[in-house]
Write a protein that binds this ligand. Structure first.
Ligand code: GLN
Length: 282
C-alpha cells in the first residue's frame, strides 16, 4: 500500500464532507497530526510521506469517530482557547471561540482601572475563562465553581498544566450558594439553551456535550434567574459582572441584572456580530 499522509487526508476530507462535517479538511489534518504526533504545519512538509499500517488503522478509527459527529475536541481530548491549551472531557463543555468576547470585555474594563485581584467563575467547566483571565492578570487569584466534581477536576488539571494552580482554587457547589465576596470580577457562562431547542443543535453538541452545561430550562433563562440575585452581594462596588448569553437573550438578561441592582448594563457582540455578553457594573 502506498498511502501517504497527504492522500489519506484528502480522502478523509471527502468522506467527512459527505457525512456533513463542517471544516472537514481542518479536522482531517488535526486527526492525522494527532496520529503522527505532528503539528498541522508539519503535515504540509510531510505530505508525500508514507504512513505505516498502524498509523493508517489509527487514523481510520479517528475518522470513523468524526464521521459519527463526535467533536474533534473530544477525540483529541483538547481544545485551544485564548491561545492556551485545555484538556476537554465528556464532563466539560468544549471552549468556544465566541466566549473569548468575555475575556476581551474584562481586559477593556480594567484597562483604565486597578487590575482585578479577586475573580470568581461560576460554572467553570474546563476553567478556560478563569484561567485565561489569570493568565492575563498576573496578580489576580481566582475561584472556579462547578456543580460536577468530575468537571472541577478537569479545571484543576488545566490550571496545573498552565502553571496557574497557585492562583486558582476550584470548588464543587451550586452556583454562588455559600460563597462570600466581594470579588472584583465575576463571570459566568451558564447553560442557556431552551430545553426544547437542544435536539436541534449540531449533533456534535446535542449528542456529545454535557446536557448540564447546555440546558437552561424551559426558556433558557433559568440559571440567570438563579444567579442574578446573588451578584450584588458578590461584586465589589467598582467590580465588573460578565455573563455569556445566547444571541436572543440580551434584553431579558439585562433586565434580570438591572433588577439585581446593577445600573450600568451593556450587551456586547461576538466576532460574528451576535449578542454574546452582558457587561454590568453597579
Ligand atoms: N454556546 C453554546 C452552544 O451554542 C452554549 C453554551 C451554553 O449553554 N452556555 O452550543
Amino acid at each position: 500500500m502506498s498511502a501517504t499522509t497527504g492522500s489519506l487526508i484528502r480522502a478523509a476530507t471527502a468522506r467527512l464532507q459527505a457525512a456533513g462535517v463542517e471544516g472537514a479538511r481542518l479536522d482531517a489534518q488535526l486527526l492525522m497530526g494527532h496520529v503522527l504526533g505532528r503539528t498541522r504545519l508539519d503535515l504540509i512538509a510531510y505530505d508525500r510521506d508514507p504512513v505505516t499500517e498502524a498509523q493508517f488503522l489509527a487514523f481510520e478509527a479517528l475518522v470513523a469517530r468524526r464521521m459519527a459527529r463526535e467533536p474533534v475536541s473530544h477525540i483529541l481530548g483538547r481544545r485551544e482557547f485564548w491561545s492556551l491549551d485545555f484538556a476537554v472531557t465528556e464532563a466539560t463543555l468544549a471552549p468556544r471561540a465566541d466566549s473569548e468576547t468575555l475575556i476581551v470585555a474584562a481586559l477593556e474594563y480594567f484597562k483604565a482601572r486597578a487590575k482585578p485581584r479577586r475573580i470568581l467563575d461560576l460554572g467553570t467547566g474546563t476553567g478556560c475563562l478563569l484561567l485565561a483571565l489569570l493568565h492575563e492578570f498576573p496578580d489576580a487569584f481566582g475561584v472556579g465553581v462547578d456543580r460536577n466534581p468530575a468537571t472541577a477536576r478537569v479545571a484543576r488539571d488545566n490550571a496545573a498544566r498552565l502553571g496557574l494552580l497557585s492562583r486558582a482554587a476550584f470548588l464543587v457547589g451550586d452556583w454562588a450558594t455559600a460563597l462570600g465576596g466581594p470579588f472584583d470580577l465575576v463571570i459566568s457562562n451558564p447553560p442557556y439553551i431552551a430545553s426544547a431547542d437542544i435536539p436541534a443543535l449540531d449533533p456534535e453538541v446535542a449528542r456529545f456535550e454535557p446536557l448540564g452545561a447546555l440546558d437552561g430550562g424551559a426558556d433558557g433563562l433559568e440559571d440567570y434567574r438563579r444567579l442574578a440575585p446573588d451578584m450584588g452581594r458578590l461584586l465589589a462596588d467598582d467590580g465588573q459582572l460578565l455573563f455569556e448569553i445566547g444571541a436572543t437573550q440580551g434584553r431579558e438578561v439585562s433586565k434580570l441584572v438591572e433588577t439585581a441592582g446593577f445600573r450600568h448594563v451593556a450587551v456586547l457582540r461576538d466576532l460574528g456580530g451576535r449578542d454574546r455578553v452582558i457587561d454590568a457594573c453597579k
